[in-house]
Design a protein around this ligand. Structure first.
Ligand SMILES: Cc1cc2nc3c(=O)[nH]c(=O)nc-3n(C[C@H](O)[C@H](O)[C@H](O)COP(=O)(O)OP(=O)(O)OC[C@H]3O[C@@H](n4cnc5c(N)ncnc54)[C@H](O)[C@@H]3O)c2cc1C
Length: 448
């Protein structure tokens, strides 16, 4: 019979959230055994950098989120290329696909998201890809390497991932079409003006964008090979490959059928604990506190996953801590256009007030609700967007100086004196006083 291995802290998911939690645990508990499991075979890497891999075969060493000796130095056991297939939340055990069984005292679900696949004919053909992990970028790279002629690609979905893979493909010399169901690209994170600026840059780079339509079939005239995509209006567009980028959904398979409460993602409290004691969740799989709307919701971006992971880790190690909250924030530079957006930018109601400035391709907009910043979009000149974001994060009432936020010469000096003095006096996070001192680290579980 297979042996059951023991760990104090078990983290499923070796990415932003999982690493944030492991680091926080080690800061306060120097010895408790930490084990991280991932079904990907790599040490934690920057997921947003998979496009760099596609463009220039960026070596994994340059994409690593932490130095190669990170796990060993922190006595963190890893089980890479191992998938958790079942969790018994009452018995505190997990089963891996390989047959191993582990017991845990505290569990973190940092399982991220999975690409949504449309149920259309041809989805299983060779030449149809998603773009969510390093192996996806590797598979596309391998596919492109077979061709000596120009390749044509259809990207289905014009969101962040769709635009990210489009830029990488264009840099690889691929001719790209994007089909986007809504009326404009990047419609969930940008407003109309910023979307139009990005669309102009894409079009100038030779990308054809078809909005207001969906793909109804992926066509194949030769067995198993992509030859084109048919749209809902009957148009047929030839291509050699397809990238599906219509969205990502929280990876909930481990909690389905359990008592853990979910909505679109796993629901967590401000301490990142789920409805089940000793079980925590963070990152793209969790619905955590959003400081703009004051409710829990999905905010699937890297910094929120890391901060949520840190909060979970501290609580798992016995240090009662509240997640400060996150919101949707995106900083991008696709096709040379710098854009930062955060909070509510596109879905606005009558209670919102807008201040904005536009000079050529420089565009700045701040959305206000009851004197506080509810959202921002800065395009072209993003230098001061950080100050505005921090005012938003700290829920400062900006009513008396709102026009200054989008002015050319905006800076800390534009703020009332009591506010900028406060801004400069924020002390660094003090954690060292919480450290639990234990002599010898417990033995960590490692892959075989
Ligand atoms: C192409 C791309 C570009 C992006 N660009 C940006 C950007 O510019 N800025 C930004 O802030 N965010 C960006 N993001 C989003 C960002 O990468 C995510 O928000 C972040 O990675 C979420 O971290 P996470 O720890 O929650 O989960 P993930 O990074 O998704 O990691 C979860 C891990 O858990 C593993 N796992 C899941 N289930 C199991 C299981 N049962 N057993 C074992 N392992 C399991 C998964 O395989 C995965 O390795 C981008 C994402 C993509 C795909």
């Amino acid at each position: 019979m297979a042996r059951t291995e023991k760990t104090r802290y078990l983290i499923i998911g070796n990415s932003a959230g999982g690493i944030g939690a492991a680091e926080a645990i080690r800061e306060v508990d120097k010895a408790g055994a930490i084990t991280i499991i991932s079904d990907e075979p790599y040490p934690a890497y920057s997921r947003p950098m998979i496009s760099e891999y596609l463009v220039e075969s960026c070596p994994i060493e340059r994409m690593l989120y932490r130095p190669p000796d990170f796990y060993e130095k922190n006595s963190i056991g890893t089980l890479l290329d191992e998938k958790v297939v079942q969790v018994d939340f009452n018995e505190h055990t997990v089963k891996l696909e390989s047959g191993r069984t582990l017991t845990w005292q505290k569990l973190l679900l940092a399982t991220g998201g999975l690409p949504i696949l449309p149920e259309i004919e041809g989805i299983g053909l060779k030449g149809v890809f998603t773009f969510n992990k390093l192996d996806d970028a590797k598979a596309i790279d391998e596919f492109l390497n077979q061709y000596t002629r120009k390749v044509r690609a259809m990207v289905i979905g014009g969101g962040l991932i769709g635009v990210s893979v489009t830029e990488a493909l264009v840099k690889r010399g691929v001719e790209v079409n994007i089909v986007e169901m809504k009326e404009r690209i990047l419609n969930t994170i940008l407003d109309e003006e910023a979307s139009a600026l990005e669309e102009k840059a894409l079009t100038q780079a030779g990308v054809e964008i078809i909005c207001g339509h969906t793909a109804s079939t992926i066509d194949s005239y030769f067995p198993e090979k992509v030859n084109g995509v048919s749209l809902d209006d009957g148009r047929s567009l030839p291509c050699d490959m397809v990238v599906i980028a219509i969205g990502v959904q929280p990876r909930l398979e481990l909690v389905s059928g359990s008592k853990i409460k979910t909505n679109r993602g796993i629901l967590v409290g401000r301490n990142m604990e789920t409805s089940m004691p000793d079980v925590y969740a963070c990152g793209d799989v969790a619905e955590a506190y959003d400081f703009v709307c004051g409710e829990n919701r999905l905010t699937p971006v890297w910094p929120n996953a890391y901060t949520g992971g840190r909060t979970a880790g501290l609580n798992m190690a016995g240090i009662s801590t509240e997640y400060p909250g996150g919101t949707a924030i995106n900083a991008m530079k696709y096709f040379g256009v710098n854009i930062v957006s955060a909070g509510e930018v596109a879905l606005l109601d009558n209670s919102c007030e807008i201040v904005s400035e536009r000079h050529g391709d420089i565009y700045k907009k701040v959305v206000l609700k009851k004197g506080q910043i509810a959202g921002l979009v800065f395009a072209g000149d993003i230098e001061k967007s950080g100050i505005v974001y921090n005012l938003m994060k700290d829920r400062v009432n900006v009513d008396s100086f709102k026009e200054a936020l989008v002015a050319d010469d905006f800076g800390l000096a534009s703020l009332p004196e009591e506010i900028w003095r406060e801004r400069l006096a924020i002390p660094p996070l003090e954690l060292t006083s919480f450290v639990i001192s234990v002599e010898e680290p417990e033995e960590a579980i490692v892959g075989e």
